[in-house]
Structures are given as structure tokens and as C-alpha cells.
Design a protein around this ligand. Sequence first.
Ligand SMILES: [Fe+2]
Ligand SMILES: [Fe+2]
Length: 326
Amino acid sequence: MEKVSKVEVMNYLDKEIAGAIPQFLKPIDEIWQPADLLPQSRNEEFFDQIKELQQKAGNLPYHLLAVLIGDTITEEVLPTYESWLSLVQPANEDREGGWNQWIRAWTAEENRHGDVLNKYLYLSGRVNMREMEISTQHLLADGFDIGTARDPYRSFIYTSFQELATNLSHRRVAQFAKQAGDDVLAKICGNVASDEARHANAYKSFASKIFEIDPSEMLLAFEDMMRKKILMPAHFLREKGLAKGVSFRHFSEAAQQIGVYTATDYINILQSLIKEWEIETRRFLSDAGERARDFIMALPGRLTRLTERMNPPKSCYQFSWIHPAK
Ligand SMILES: [Fe+2]
Ligand SMILES: [Fe+2]
């Protein structure tokens, strides 16, 4: 089979990606905005609405609030993700090329997530905003190291996985918020989750195109990312005075403990991608591609056996982000 370069593949994909913008992203003038979901300060009922919002937020369990804060910080670190995507090579350097248009339009959708969640947390009365803001600034300054380098194949594997993971975690927070009686937060997280689902579909479709054109190399990228493990974009999360990544460990323990995002979810996402990209039936591969396919196919079983041996974490960590109960 004739060997194609990643530059050629990405150039071919550029038009497809331009076409994906209206398919997977919503028109700006029609999509929800944070103002649709939160009390507006000009309204006469504003202060009553805030009181009600705070009463409902007061019933959110501690770990759910901690996970929500971690999710919010993750969303607020959008400049890191945008600058990383714009370095993905070999992208079309034309500012009006499909890839660059996509990055801007995706960023525009994502920007609303940190915005709406931050405003909600500010109004909730439960969050030490200064401590949270320090964590956000640290995370921006620390960046991330997710192992994709500037490779588009690895980057599309990563974004496909990551958008599925954020969809799931926001969806679960929405569910738990609803159970706790906070319909405002449930609606916010539900809206964010549905954006993430569209983004996941987009990145999965870009990756599918690459699997059609260059399956062996794409399998190698998939294998490499799974060997490194998919790191969450906030893996350097910290609080004031703590080392890089310390708060991320507490955050992910809390998420695992309450069932917002667990080791089993990681395996389920992997399995859904294996199915989506028809990994099992990929044939006519290079020798390395065959080995990568076999590695990936065996991975969910191996991870499941490992997970069965793990003890579920029990977190009693107190985050500086959350005010102690009055
Ligand atoms: Fe997001
Ligand atoms: Fe997203």
C-alpha cells in the first residue's frame, strides 16, 4: 500500500474539518448562553433568586461540590487547550483553513463552560473564590503534558477520549445535582454535557477519517496514547502552597468515590472508541499496526482485571476551595 504522510492526510482532512463546523457546532446566535441559565442582576427578583440558588447549592454534598470546582477550573484553563491545538502539526497554516476555523469555533463554544460554571459557583456562596482563582491561575501557568506532542493523530485520539470523559462527568454532576434538588446546576451541567457530546462526535469523526486513510499509523498513535494512559487535562491541578498535581489526585479520588468519573468509566470509553473505529476488524496493516491492534483489543480486559483488584478510594481531604459549613 502506498505510504501517505501525515501532512498529506491533514491537508486532505482540512476541507472535511471545515465542513464539520456546521455539522457539529451550533450557530452562535442560537446556542445557549450563560445568561440564559443564571439570575440576571437587572431583574427585580434578582436577590430572591440568589437566595433560592444559595439554598439549593447548600444541599450539594461536599465531594460533589469539590468535583464541580475541579471541573470548572478544568474548563477555565481553555487558553492552554487552544494554544496546544493551534500547535498541532502539520495543520494547515492558513488562518482561514478548516483546522484553524475549527479551533476558533470550538474555543468559542467551550468558552461558555468555564464562564457559566464560574458564575454559578460565585453566586452559590459556598466557594472560597480566591483559593479557586489561585488554582486556576496555577493551572494556566503550569500547562499540561499529555503526551501527544504536535502529532495530529495522537491529538485526535486524545480529544475524542477527553470530550467523552467530560461529557460523562458533567452529565453525572447534573444527575447528582438534580437528586440534591439543585435544578439550576442540573440544567447548567446538562447543557455543558450536551456540548461535549457534539465535540466528541466531531473528533471521533476526524479520527475515523484518518483510520480510513492511514490505519496502521493511526493504530500506532492509539496504542501509544493508551500505553501512556490518557491523562486528564487538569493533571497538574494544585492549591496554594501545594506541589503540582497534588490537588488533582484529591479531585480524582473525590470523583471516583462519588461515581462522577471512575476507572470503569475509563475502560468503557476505551471500549466505545474501539467499537467506533472498528479496531477489531482492521486488516491489511503493517506488522507494527497488527501488533498495535492486538494490544488495544486486549487492553480493556487487562484494565478490568486491574480495576477489580483496586480498592475504591476513600477521600476525607478538605479542599481550600470550599468554605467550611456555617
Ligand atoms: Fe467544555
Ligand atoms: Fe468540549
